[in-house]
Design a binder for this molecule. Sequence first.
Ligand code: ADP
Ligand code: ZN
Length: 732
Amino acid sequence: MDDLFPLDAPYERVSVLLPLPLDGAYDYKADPAWGLERGAVVEVPLGRRRLIGVVLGPGGDDVAEDKLRGVIRAFDVPPLPGTVLDLVDWVAGWTLAARGSVLRMAISSPGALEPPPATQVLTAVPEAAWPPNVRMTPARRRALAALADGPALEPRDLAREAGIGPAVIKSMLEAGLLERHDLAPPPPFAAPDPDRAGHDLTGEQAAAAEALRQAVADRAFAVTALDGVTGSGKTEVYFEAIAAALAAGRQALVLLPEIALSAQWLERFEARFGTAPAVWHSDLKPGVRRRTWRAVAEGTARVLVGARSALFLPFAELGLIVVDEEHEPAYKQEDGVAYQARDMAVVRAHLESVPVVLVSATPSLETLENVRSGRYRALHLHARPGSAVLPTVELIDMRRDRPERGRFLAPGLVRAMRQTLDEGEQALLFLNRRGYAPLTLCRACGHRLECPNCTAWLVEHRLLGRLQCHHCGYSGRMPKACPSCEAEDSFVASGPGVERLAEEVLSRFPDARFQIASSDTILGPDQAAEFVRAVNAREIDVIVGTQIVAKGHHFPWLTLVGVVDADLGLAGGDLRAGERTYQMLHQVAGRAGRAERPGRVLLQTHVPENPVMAALAAGDRERFLEYETEQRRAAGMPPFGRLAGLVVSAPDAERADLAARAIARAAPRIDGVAVLGPAPAPLALLRGRHRRRLLVKARKDVNLQRVLRDWLSPIKLENAVRLTIDVDPYSF
Ligand code: ADP
Ligand code: ZN
């Protein structure tokens, strides 16, 4: 593999970063005629593997010429922009992840770099049209079978599916058993048209749009929080900023928390700009992924909307970044590189010298604190356009207005539903719990069904007839007899999930048409679009939904929102539990009464005096923010202090304990830094690994990353033990 070009060629050395959990780069030799520059994407050998890597610059001279291996090939794609390489360094430095692991996200789609896809596909010639006396072999038969009832295939896909080599395909073409067809090239990304007219903006919308247009025209780094009540037209306003970027000949990136379910967003974009934007998320088909990556790099995709991973795309001439629903926890990646995409979007904007807009009706405390301190600017939208008014929010005190035994809807909520349905309007019952019941227990002995791999209860999914673990994906059947006391058929459901709630709706309102909306019933963008259509065509009267219906959607006939367990998110010691609950409930409430008909929101709670509930009922966001801010400030918690979570895990509890204690013993004694733990992590057993956690709390002026690096990098762990570091953890 090293000998692809002659040994006497005038080599140049290049330093190549590989998408592996390593910080360092490797040196390779390369033909100078290739003119490899910083950012060039290359394929190189490592051991017996071939890997895709990125040239960081010239190599050093510490490896002898004859020991150095050669670059195999350079891909015909534009080099990664310096800003992307800088972003990789930045994210690695901030999250303490290896540089190579971060690079992996930037070239996460090696498919994106492969040469353009084949332009020809193969089909089988029907048997009636075969030439006489054709020879049939098992390999040929497999090829015909692979094409029998499927679509036409590219030669390499046929070879893979049928387990045959290129020679078989060639001979079948010659024998008249296969036919070749030209494939039309996929259409290029059409350019969105910034000059089409949007809505006539209201006064405050127009002012906000003008401020954003100005920021785009300035071509400088600036962070703007677009803070406006739900339905106030924030999307319309940032569309104007996108239009300005397009008119200036630059690209725009829009981050959405759940791109797969945003069909409505895409429709609105198309209505405004005449064409769909490029889309980026983890489920793209390889061909689309390849085309999109290239189109972003070459500048032919002008607007790209994507999930957090879109942040690492190699935009040719980025002019604007928008982070919609900036407060969403979905922006925090927990697995692998633990990064906050909203924060890293601000970093990217800084590196690119472009404006970034953080959009929300309930901005994160971090963003509000940055506004308060003057680092970010805020634009406010106070009103819904036209006649739409904000919904009224009322609390139902579950200690007084109790549901009957085995039921979950309080009489007050049932009455409101009846009234809504009588008026021909729609109701949403919100319960953020998938499945039938969160807990299943034995009536005879109280035994609870628990996941064998995690510290978690198994959740009954009655529609599927399974018990599932929502943490590791474990799935099993309901046992006939209790494993503890052997009583038969003794298991009963405890507490409601959306399926059980739907049962109650059915029994109370037998004529109402209802639909469960959860990630179990709405799979993918097509089903989401169909769901939205059915709601808006008034084919559904009652939606029983989890958080997937909480945001973004606009349902003109929906006038009642009932939150079945408003306290659900408050449990547990999570730093952001209150903030998150407030944001989520506010968001859900915003689904009600978005058109001419006024909306009503009922929150079922056992703690009406809780500041989150009180603020929601009073419609007083500032009151909640003041309370929450004071709590965090007093505790020195983010955004007023810094926090990192260290999770030590091992296949057995002893090793996890030993390693966690060793790490705690090595903790530095530094003014302004406190180490708490080790303690069992909230999911003390997860996917079969025992987990211990340490929390590192630091004053805001402490360089937490340096402290962690100095402390943790000398520590050697046994092979089976893993340490994951989460700077600014969201779940702990
Ligand atoms: P937000 O993003 O703040 O929730 P949207 O931009 O989604 O608000 O606007 C809510 C609804 O109001 C949408 O259907 C939108 O098309 C409509 N809308 C917003 N601004 C105007 C306007 N100036 N004139 C007419 N309709 C508007
Ligand atoms: Zn599990």
